[in-house]
Design a protein around this ligand. Structure first.
Ligand code: ATP
Length: 468
């Protein structure tokens, strides 16, 4: 039976291609970025990390100022869009925006494969491109955007509606349980969703693809992964008109095994790439704690509770049942925590993430479902209760389970957004997890510092210092 990775990162049996064609969206691998207190006074805008820019037009000179802007005004955007950007509190473009936007907005439209660390403003780059390419007088979909989770699709939608607040943009979701089964043709300009539902809407002609000019994949390496969503994403692309669609791929990570496919998926693309040692931002301080065993991990988490609630924190587990179990146990012991994973129904998921976003919950226990893209500025701590692991199928032996480096980078990237400080803590509890953490350290080139589990005061002090 073929297997498909679901949104929590688990493999599930999938139907045969024929059966899959039927409009039966599987539990899909599927807000407003807190725009308050945005400031350009961050380390990020002044950051020095280098990107390598490869232009599709070999004659062009990537060091030319034409390919990088210092202000949003230089981009030739419509005043209504500029108003939206400034009202969101963005005064200057970030590095990725500075490099990517001139390339994304130039004509004729050119495909883009863009890489930049988590929390550096990739969303605004592709949202502005979609908004500036839409003809608001045409009432049909002109830009489609896919993300790996419903939570991320909802977040992207909030950015579109905020940035496009002074335009006439109409938007629609392609996420599970949103539109009624008898929905009629979508007249909105931009549709954002997850691949299963997008395919369903295209097949049922609820989305007419004839006017589509821009196709965006956020978390593109994940959306193109052969052992994950790649199959579904390709099917969406194949339902779009040929030769008129600008394809835009963005992610903080593009592991080697998806790079070739990405270049085929978005041919002749301009490319902005990061060096391997620059994959995660330095504003995230990484720690680990040596726990005695599984039970000790739980005890340490409870000990950390006060620290977890100074700002907000996300606790990542490998399995849904672990997330449920520890959240039930902590709740029973009088702590206030929420849990979120892909087995919960759509409505409940929306409520949980919204409450967390609004700060009504401070601690969210979850799986890989929200490892990518989620932007909540107040999150200053991420705990890898379980280290992220490659699926068993990708590992040669059961006792040689490799860490999932990309997921690790995305998980810790839920903190330290846009130059803010953040800390991540890994729990290790045996030889295997210790080795896995060492592999993470080696492959990311970033030091992970030990914190004693015995001495709570020292632990607190170290952590508070890291956040200062
Ligand atoms: N030019 C800017 N000025 C100020 N804030 C900005 C600017 N661009 C983006 N931001 C803010 O930075 C935060 C991170 O942006 P965004 O979510 O787009 O990051 P990302 O690069 O997509 O990260 P990830 O890889 O985790 O998805 C958001 O809160 C966004 O509003």
């Amino acid at each position: 039976m073929p297997m498909e990775k679901d949104e929590d990162g688990f493999y599930n049996p999938v139907a045969t291609p024929e059966a899959k064609d039927e409009p039966k969206p599987k539990a899909e691998v599927e807000e407003k970025a807190e725009a308050s207190s945005k400031t350009d006074n961050t380390d990020l805008i002044n950051s020095t990390f280098e990107v390598s820019v490869t232009l599709a037009d070999q004659q062009a000179d990537s060091s030319s100022p034409l390919y990088s802007v210092k202000t949003f005004d230089e981009l030739g955007l419509h005043d209504d869009l500029l108003k939206g950007i400034y009202e969101m509190g963005f005064s200057r473009p970030s590095k990725i925006q500075e490099r990517a936007l001139p390339l994304l907005l130039s004509n004729p439209p050119t495909n883009m494969i863009g890489q930049s660390q988590s929390g550096t403003g990739k969303t605004a780059a592709f949202v502005l491109t979609m908004l500036s390419r839409v003809d608001f007088t045409l009432n049909k979909p002109q830009a489609l955007c896919l993300a790996p989770s419903r939570e991320l699709a909802r977040q992207i939608m909030t950015v579109i509606n905020e940035m496009g607040k002074f335009t006439q943009v109409q938007t629609e979701y392609a996420i599970k349980d949103h539109l009624p089964r008898n929905a009629t043709r979508i007249t909105a300009h931009i549709v954002v969703g997850t691949p299963g539902t997008m395919i369903d809407l295209l097949r049922r002609k609820v989305i007419d693809p004839s006017g589509v000019r821009v196709f965006v994949l956020d978390e593109a390496d994940n959306m193109l992964a052969q052992d994950g969503l790649g199959d579904q994403t390709l099917r969406v692309k194949n339902l779009l008109p040929k030769n008129q669609v600008q394809i835009i791929l963005f992610s903080a990570t593009f592991p080697d095994h998806v790079r070739a496919f990405a270049s085929k998926f978005a041919p002749n693309a301009n490319k902005i790439e990061l060096q391997r040692e620059e994959l995660s931002v330095d504003s995230i301080r990484q720690f680990y704690m040596d726990c005695r065993d599984e039970e000790h991990k739980y005890d340490i988490l409870v000990t950390l509770y006060t620290l977890l609630t100074i700002g907000q924190s996300i606790i990542f587990c490998q399995h849904r049942h672990t997330a449920d179990r520890i959240s039930a146990r902590m709740t029973a012991e009088g702590h206030h925590v929420a849990s979120l994973h892909g087995a919960k129904d759509a409505n409940e998921r929306d409520q949980i993430i919204d409450r967390f976003r609004e700060g009504k919950e401070k601690v969210l226990i979850t799986t890989n479902v929200i490892a990518r893209g989620i932007d909540i500025l107040q999150v200053n701590m991420v705990v890898n209760y379980d280290l992220p692991l490659m699926n068993e199928r990708s590992n040669s032996r059961a006792d040689d389970v490799r860490p999932d480096i990309e997921t690790y980078i995305h998980r810790i990237g839920r903190t330290g957004r846009f130059g803010r400080k953040g800390i991540s803590v890994n729990f290790v509890h045996d030889r295997k997890t210790w080795q896995q953490m060492q592999q993470i350290e080696e492959q990311t080139g970033k030091k992970i510092i030990r914190i004693e589990t015995e001495d709570i005061d020292v632990m607190e002090e170290k952590m508070r210092k890291a956040l200062k």
